[in-house]
Design a protein around this ligand. Structure first.
Ligand code: KIV
Length: 283
């Protein structure tokens, strides 16, 4: 359980000591607070906020300004937790200088500890430039939601020897470019295990099994809030969607029946003032 904000060195040491780092996404102040209180090692302000907060069908419409705005709230909620800002679609693909500038915004405006971007060899120039700018940057390979169109949908990756070998090469290139860590999404566990064993830097899994240096999950999945679809790798630890609907319905029902608000939810007039008021109103 995290008691102070971890550093890159702590995360590296956790890998070397085979201690699992646990992280979760958060997009707002309260979730970040709860994540910190639960002892998360890291928080990702994922561009999954497009689906979890804004109701988009994917992450492509998410903007830099939205990511900064939510990262600021998360930082306020979790001052003592390592926070990663997720670079949204077209914030780093267009050019290397734009990638460095946008990564810098996360640090300057939202106070994150690191940024993450999706892709393998094709984003290594950006990773190197961001790292050369003195910023911590994490890679993300496997199922990369921003390019899910190219991948043919939200599908598992690296299931054949040839595609797994490409992922392993991407992972190596990302480390060589200067990333401090790598996230592997929706890939068979044995492929993630090979990547973890080959790389010096920490390799984290979301939907890539247990052979990793840590696990990431999306908060809305863990809480059972997100309803549009449930990936195979998701375990719901709560059913907050139904609990929320039940609470709203109970409030509506009690309001309509007059059971709410009860006496204990109302303010009392100062003794004798009601009588004074009624006589005042008669004048
Ligand atoms: O945006 C996000 O939450 C992510 C995860 C899907 C890994 O990038």
């Amino acid at each position: 359980m995290a008691t102070k904000k971890l550093s890159r060195i702590d995360l590296q040491k956790m890998k070397e000591e085979r201690r699992t780092a646990v992280w979760i996404t958060a997009y707002d102040y309260w979730t970040a607070r709860f994540a910190q209180e639960a002892g998360m090692d890291m928080i990702l302000v994922g561009d999954s906020l497009g689906m979890c907060i804004y109701g988009y069908e994917g992450t492509v419409p998410v903007t830099m300004d939205q990511c900064i705005y939510h990262s600021e709230a998360v930082r306020r909620g979790a001052a003592a937790t390592f926070i990663i800002g997720d670079m949204p679609f077209l914030s780093y693909q267009v050019s290397v200088p734009e990638a460095v500038g946008n990564a810098g915004r996360f640090f300057k405006e939202a106070g994150v500890d690191a940024v993450k971007l999706e892709g393998g060899k094709r984003v290594c120039e950006q990773i190197q430039a961001i790292a050369d700018g003195g910023m911590l940057v994490m890679g993300h390979i496997g199922l990369t939601p921003q390019s899910s169109g190219q991948l043919g949908g939200f599908k598992a990756q690296g299931r054949t020897a040839e595609t797994a070998r490409e992922l392993i090469e991407d992972a190596q290139a990302i480390q060589d470019a200067g990333a401090f860590a790598l996230l592997v999404e929706a890939v068979p566990p044995e492929v993630c295990g090979i990547i973890r064993d080959r790389l010096r830097i920490p390799v984290y899994s979301i939907g890539a099994g247990v052979q990793a240096d840590g696990q990431l999950m999306i908060c809305s999945d863990v809480l059972g809030i997100f309803q549009a679809f449930t990936p195979k790798f998701v375990k719901k630890y709560e059913a907050l969607a139904q609990k929320t609907i039940d609470a709203f319905a109970a409030y509506a029902e009690e309001s309509r029946s007059g059971a709410f608000p009860a006496e204990e939810h109302t303010y009392k007039m100062v003794e004798g003032e009601y009588e004074k008021l009624t006589s005042l109103l008669k004048q």
